[in-house]
Design a protein around this ligand. Structure first.
Ligand SMILES: C[S@@+](CC[C@H](N)C(=O)[O-])C[C@H]1O[C@@H](n2cnc3c(N)ncnc32)[C@H](O)[C@@H]1O
Length: 226
């Protein structure tokens, strides 16, 4: 994503939904001037610690500072908002280049097995009616168009995730809000066993785990700036 948007020294980057600041850190390492925003105050605190030279604010994407920015990024955000078009429209108003990543479809991402392991405690999954998810490439293109963006590229990036052992894989999962909530209901021991059972096909010969996941990377420009 940084390559696709030519982020380098002095590039002014707005990172929407910055989370703990991983993308912001990578951009700042290239010399970019990063502003990150997130609705979660704890995430903003982490990001500010990760990138002390950046500027971080607790706010929603629609209320992001006006900039000007050279690149507006939304890394793994669009699946988590009620109105992805509103987020993309806000991005389009703040910079001449908008980049967003989303997961691939469930069947392209081995991490889906985590959802499958949690399913007995979460009840019914996504409804089968309604619009397709934002992880569908055609849907992502459509939403970008509705937000006034012209899609320049929509790439598919295959990323293997390697974990040295089950603790490295399960530790961050149990720290997440969703899994820790299920663990409170299911009991941590039972949930751990269910997760390991679903993850067994991805075990490596050395006792680690390898899960392969697809990300889509969209790069677009606001219609007016073409
Ligand atoms: C899956 S995380 C991705 C975090 C980070 N971009 C990354 O890739 O590591 C999604 C983040 O978006 C934030 N978020 C959700 N809705 C938001 C909104 N409307 N505006 C800004 N941030 C939002 C969440 O608090 C969370 O930190």
């Amino acid at each position: 994503m940084l390559d696709a948007t030519a982020v380098g020294p002095g590039t002014r980057v707005l990172d929407l939904g910055c989370g703990a600041g991983l993308f912001a850190r990578a951009a700042a390492d290239r010399g970019a001037l990063v502003t990150g925003i997130d609705t979660d105050p704890a995430a903003v605190r982490l990001a500010a610690g990760e990138v002390p030279e950046g500027t971080f604010l607790v706010t929603g994407a629609a209320a992001a500072p006006p900039g000007p920015f050279d690149v507006v990024a939304a890394v793994q955000l669009l699946m988590h908002v009620a109105d992805p078009v509103a987020v993309l429209r806000a991005a389009a108003r703040r910079g001449p280049v908008v980049a967003a990543t989303v997961w691939g479809r469930d069947d392209e991402c081995d991490l889906r097995v985590v959802g499958e392991a949690l399913a007995p405690w979460l009840g019914a999954a996504r409804p089968s009616s309604g619009p397709p998810p934002v992880t569908e490439p055609d849907r992502l293109r459509t939403l970008a168009g509705w937000a006034g963006l012209v899609v320049e590229r929509l790439d598919e990036v295959v990323c293997p995730f390697w974990y040295a052992d089950e603790d490295e894989l399960l530790g961050p999962l149990f720290d997440s809000a969703l899994v820790s909530a299920v663990a409170r209901r299911a009991g941590p021991v039972g949930l751990r066993a269910a997760l390991l059972e679903h993850l067994r096909p991805f075990r490596t010969a050395t006792g680690g785990y390898r899960l392969q996941n697809v990300f889509r990377v969209l790069v677009a420009r606001p219609e007016a700036s073409e």
